[in-house]
Design a protein around this ligand. Sequence first.
Ligand code: AMP
Length: 222
Amino acid sequence: MTLGSFRLLLLGAPGAGKGTITRKLRDVVPSLNSISSGDLLRREIQAETKLGSIASKYIDKGRLIPDELIISLVSNHISTLSQKGMGAQWLLDGFPRTLHQATALHDILEPRNQCLTHVVELVVPEEAILGRIETRYVHVPSGRVYNLSYNPPKVPGRDDVTGEPLEKRSDDNEETVKRRLKAYNEMAQPLRDFYGSRGLLHTASGDTSDIIFPKVLEALKK
Ligand code: AMP
């Protein structure tokens, strides 16, 4: 299937399947560049940088990193990518999460003629999310996500591509997830309003990523 050029923001609660949808999109668009703010932060933590040590204190409590820190991390990453050429299709996951971040992102992208073309919110019932997060594992360097119930690694505990160990995210426990879900529900409406008023917002809902993914593809054709 061919898709035109798109610059996509994926919105969705923690555990809504943003990482899985990204992987499925990459199967369709192998040159897809994806930027996940959570993955960038986890790499900073793994590399034991100063930013990583600040970030981990917020992440472990399920709280948002201060806007200025995350804006500068993502904007540096976008600058590095755009020097190499961002490609015709790319996506953002996990950023922006606040209105301030959304306007900062707009100010970064507009001068590059790279404003977002689509915003798709993944909508998954909360019971489905709580069930899947308990069995979720991640390969930190790549951001690849596994689930022991429906998408297990080929070798238990190891990444399929590199064979490196998988990790359980420190914030994937019920208490922190509930706090993150609450935070998502509070932050989502201003973003829906911001992107809805610009005619960019689409919704893709369902219990599983297999149900949601075709809806994401449909949205990208609009
Ligand atoms: P995620 O992998 O998107 O679920 O992000 C994991 C955690 O990283 C979040 O719970 C926040 O603590 C932090 N984080 C990721 N992206 C952002 C953002 N755009 N603004 C603030 N904090 C963020």
